[in-house]
Write a protein that binds this ligand. Sequence first.
Ligand SMILES: *Cc1c(COP(=O)(O)O)cnc(C)c1O
Length: 369
Amino acid sequence: MQNKIYYTKPSITNLEVELARDAALNGWGESCYEYIDKFQEAFKAHIGAKHAIATSSCTGALHMGLKALNLSRGDEVILADINWVASVAPVVHLGATPIFVDILKDSWCLDPKKVEEAITSKTKAIIAVHIYGNLCKLDELIKIGNKYNIPVIEDSAEAIGSIYKTKRAGSIGLFGTFSFHGTKTITTGEGGILVTNNDDIYEKVLTLSNHGRARGESKQFWAECIGYKYKMSNIQAAIGYGQMKRIDELIKKKRDIYLQYKKAFLEFKNIKINPEEPGCVNGVWMPTLVFDKETELTFEKLQPIFKSNNIDARRFFWPLSSLPPFTRKENNIISYSISERGINLPSYHDITESDINRVVNIIKEQINK
Ligand SMILES: *Cc1c(COP(=O)(O)O)cnc(C)c1O
């Protein structure tokens, strides 16, 4: 049997191990926030945002950000139908109603026209998710947002390394969120962060993230509202700080892997890979293929072939509206169709060129048949 090819796996070096060791030995008492501060500083400098609040997950960061918008029962939030469930869970937790709209064929992200059609008097936010690193049409979305006075939020969990024109994903909307789950471009095991240039959102989320205790409150244990406990630990932040020192290298490795896959499938006009618009950079968290219908290739067909070759196969996300908690919305035609015909390719930072070729060749064999 050939070696197993994982679809993802973190890149952890001695640097992260030593920092975590230092945090475990020394990061207590007065030093208990040292690495959290360092990590936040490094992350916001990288993204180009004014504020950053590290959290225990991206889901938690989104939850607090949406709470800071006063999202509540009866409100509506627009997001793409194709997404990981984490992007919608906080909307539901806050009692609001998600409105799933269809995606664009090429970017697999929100279709701005569908977004505008879905706006009602109850719409309180648009969540732009940069799926697999592919950028949403932010200019158009923000224009629509401004027209109706609705904030655009960037769930950038998959978009580390993605640059929209001159700005990094996550720094453009009212706030952005990122994930440092073990599968993501950089990791802290579990973890997330909220970034924003908006002082008001920052202060609100800071209070929410500290069990409702406002910054500068002199009374001990005084909560002015019911908040959350979604903090990142200092030990996790030490690992994240190490990853930030290597961020350019980690992003470059993801891009190199993408470029290798892109080149390999260039000759196949009926296979689409993550696009990269002129003037933008795709961080390509997950290099992903979508097979045109005529190829008759689907995830179902490829999965057993990948498995017998000891390669992880990872399907495209389901349309969220097809999951049991929601009502099917099959008029989101592109979402329902692409979901069956897409596959994420193995892309951990240290994957070898020959392992990439193994993956490529298996898919090519299937197309040529
Ligand atoms: C991974 C991911 C999340 C969830 O991140 P957690 O840190 O696991 O909460 C949210 N949104 C998107 C788009 C993701 O890919």
